[in-house]
Design a binder for this molecule. Sequence first.
Ligand code: PXP
Length: 248
Amino acid sequence: MPLLLGVNIDHIATLRQARYARMPESPNVEPSPLVAGQDSLAGGADSLTIHVRGDRRHMQDADAFRIRSEIPLPLNFEMGVTDEMIGIALKLKPDFACLVPESRQEITTEGGLDVSAGFDKIRMAVARLQDAGIKVSLFIDPDVAQVRSAAETCAEMIELHTGCFSNATGAAVETELQRLIDAAQAGHAAALQVNAGHGINYQNLTRLWGVPHLAELNIGHSIVSRAMRVGMTVAVREMKDLMASYPG
Ligand code: PXP
């Protein structure tokens, strides 16, 4: 089975909000998450991931509904385990929902869900989403106990948090890799689809090849950063070309 790529386009909305959060009616609002989703499709993305956070710091509800209706790719809706987000998911009807912990202070999703501690609430959320035909993934640290709890919620998938692995250096790389291997094996043994994500970039990607049973990687920051790197020269040249028509 080929490894699938889910592209997380939240950062496109982050950039838009940095300039236009208070001017959503401006004719100049950009960049567009919808266009970024279309460009991801053109580049071969297998799915799109968007996270409507409780504080709406990047993706807005309207982004989610437009992307859902206009882009013919499977949609993975990343969401906190709240009644508000479950309500949105039930209307949005994404293909997949990935349940994540969410705290207001964090810059990005920092740790995995503690499924064991929040079992009843998570189990209930999984059931409500599945009743609407949405497949559910739980974003968890690569910890075998968490994998077993995730299986008990009847979720179809886990997404292993690769943040520690991605940021590891020296001997810690092997330690983090082993945690991912153990968690992936436990997930596979429990008949869970095993996905992974967070902090994966063009340099550390192939270090993950030691991890068995991976079905899909969800990658955002490094792809958006790379898009700026490969696109900046063209963008500047286009502006220079337009300026060349100044009549003097
Ligand atoms: N998976 C989950 C659950 C996430 O919260 C994020 C970050 O939004 C990602 C994957 C993508 O991480 P990154 O932006 O570091 O590639």
